[in-house]
Design a protein. Structure first.
Length: 341
């Protein structure tokens, strides 16, 4: 049994990339996909002569869950051609996984299935992580075995086996409100839009901070409410050596919105060191002004304090909270913040 184009890896951003046959692709939340791995079965005589061959194409596609520690994977094996005395192939398939993971349904179809040229065998397997409450399992790999025989052959067990790539281990955790799984090798991206009617002014503030002050550097989340509260107090509250000056004449429901976020380990800089920015909506776009003549922006500041409507501030914060849950961004984990038009 031989295989070709098999179990390679690619840094493609989309799972199940059909332009990359024989390669693994993956995303943070969707899971892993292997498309177009080719396996060749060879039937030999008792003297070692080749009596025939059968060629198979293997495709697997995984669907991780961010709200459950169980997930499914579809498996398809197609016989693309046979030669000589090989008329069809009897194919059995099973899976396993490592660490706290187990395959609760480890065969995509029961037993062995006879498949002729042009036909395929398909089915679904299921995995579950037994990660403990409050813990995380960072090193789960899936494992695959395929057994192939044909009429008159002597079975060899296993015929072929392979594992999911070590570059993309699955992480399951039970640190948030529900357990769930992601592939953390793909960093989570929090995206805001300056045209969003709910928090466009906050997005404009973050865009300025990332583009002009931080070079689009990532943030790292803290799950400590005490740290987040202390960070906010040092930047926007009484803990700042330079109090935030509200400007209700420009923003009737003015509030202090900080970047980096208080809920990150990069937050909490003394507000005296931050650029104070006033976003105003003019001619269909957000225009950013220096908020104080006595505190000109130097573009060397490590942080920003923005005059943002309290509802927009709350909306932007809610989007961040939903992002943490949906992308399973854990304590200390880095994530990117993008602000788009």
């Amino acid at each position: 049994m031989s295989r070709s184009g098999s179990a390679g890896t690619t840094a493609a951003n989309e799972a199940c990339d059909i332009t990359m046959p024989g390669y693994w692709t993956w995303t943070r939340t969707s899971g892993l996909c292997l498309n177009g791995m080719t396996v060749t079965y060879t039937l030999y005589s008792d003297r070692g002569a080749v009596l025939g061959t059968g060629v198979m194409n293997i495709a697997t596609s995984m669907t991780l869950s961010q709200s459950s520690a169980a997930w499914n994977e579809s498996v398809t094996v197609r016989v693309t051609g046979v030669t000589g005395q090989v008329r069809s192939l009897d194919i059995a398939f099973d899976v396993a996984c490592t660490s706290t993971c187990s395959a609760t349904t480890n065969r995509p179809w029961p037993g062995s299935r006879n498949v002729g040229p042009g036909a395929s065998a398909s089915g679904t397997v299921t995995y579950r992580s037994a990660v403990a409450s409050g813990a995380r399992d960072t090193n789960i790999q899936t494992k695959y075995h395929m057994y192939v025989t044909t009429a008159g052959s002597i079975p060899t067990t296993p015929n072929v086996y392979w594992d999911s790539p070590v570059q993309a281990p699955i992480r399951c955790d039970a640190e948030l409100s529900t357990p769930g799984c992601v592939i953390p090798e793909r960093r989570a991206i929090l995206e805001y839009s300056v045209s969003d009617p709910n928090h466009g002014e906050a997005a404009a503030l973050y865009q300025f901070a990332q583009a002009y002050l931080r070079g689009w550097a990532p943030l790292s989340r803290t799950d400590s409410q005490a740290i987040a509260d202390a960070n906010r107090e040092r930047t926007c509250g009484a803990g700042s050596s330079d109090p935030f000056v509200y400007m209700p004449e420009y923003v009737p429901n003015d509030s202090c919105d900080e970047f980096p976020f208080a809920g990150t380990y990069e937050g909490g800089t003394d507000g005296r060191l931050c650029a104070d920015i006033l976003p105003l909506y003019e001619n269909g776009q957000w225009v950013l002004y220096e908020a104080r003549a006595d505190k000109p922006v130097t573009f060397n500041e490590p942080c920003v304090r923005g005059h943002v409507d309290v509802d927009a501030n709350s909306s932007a914060g809610g989007k961040y909270g939903a992002f943490v849950r949906n992308q399973r961004v854990l304590d200390t984990e880095k994530f990117d913040v993008h602000a788009v038009s």
